[in-house]
Design a protein around this ligand. Structure first.
Ligand code: NAP
Length: 214
């Protein structure tokens, strides 16, 4: 099966492509023209904008599933109060294009975040403070809108809601969690492995959201 990977140049996206190609999947990935990126064997890299619907229409051709690791960039990624430099509707706009372009029941697995929608009430005080006061707020609103657009679609979709991301190794000890505590973490490699494994499930996604931690 050919998988379309959006956000392939990001921390989680690179992990998805690395793991998927080593498992023998064929990958089409979308990378922005200006972003440095090295392709893997078995990967076709398309350069363009995920917000360009005609470009995306060419990218989804012949793919059996889509994984999106898109997320908003800040000027300084390590500072939550740094200004957002991506369009603030990036993930929701892409979701609405995918809904129009993909056949019903196509499997779509996207990265959302622990704390989105009803999971907000299960987060720790620090995350709540950041969502309320920093650039995380608009980013979470975009992810909420993305989930709502997918919710109203005919796609077979799953929004993976990781807790705090790390660059640690793949542990394969990921579990679904209800609570997002102060010390909850998960590596980008584990997130990628969870997303890829999700594509191999034989039944349709239900529920459509999973908060995960290692
Ligand atoms: N950090 C956390 O603790 C945490 C926790 C839970 C959920 N999340 C969510 O998980 C997402 C993925 O995490 P990550 O570490 O893999 O993020 P990342 O490394 O920042 O990757 C973001 C991806 O989105 C792409 N992107 C950003 N703006 C774009 C635009 N205007 N057009 C096209 N592509 C664009 C980036 O492309 P370029 O490389 O071209 O910029 C990159 O491929 C985050 O964005 C966040 O929403 C994060």
């Amino acid at each position: 099966m050919r998988i379309l990977v959006l956000g392939a140049s990001g921390g989680c996206g690179k992990e998805v492509v690395k793991q998927a190609t080593s498992k023998g999947y064929e990958i089409t990935s979308v990378v922005r023209p200006q972003t440095e990126y090295e392709a893997h064997e078995g990967e076709t890299v398309l350069r363009g904008s995920v917000l360009d619907k005609e470009f995306l229409q060419r990218a989804v051709k012949d793919v059996g599933a889509v994984i999106s690791c898109l997320g908003l960039n800040r000027k300084n990624q390590t500072n939550p109060w740094s200004d957002i430099v991506s369009p603030v509707n990036l993930t929701s706009e892409v979701a609405s294009h995918l809904v129009e372009l993909l056949s019903p029941k196509t499997k779509v697995v996207v990265i959302s975040a622990g704390g989105v929608h009803e999971s907000f009430s299960e987060t720790n005080l620090m995350i709540r403070f950041l969502i309320r006061t920093s650039s995380l707020g608009p980013a979470y609103r975009d992810l909420e809108n993305m989930e709502e657009i997918l919710h109203d679609s005919d796609l077979d979709w799953l929004a993976v809601r990781p807790v705090t991301l790390t660059n640690g190794t793949v542990t394969n000890k990921v579990k679904i969690t209800v609570r997002y505590s102060l010390f909850s973490t998960i590596s980008r490699g584990d997130v990628a492995a969870w997303m890829l494994d999700a594509l191999e499930r034989k039944v349709a996604f239900h529920p459509h959201t999973e908060m995960i931690r290692a």
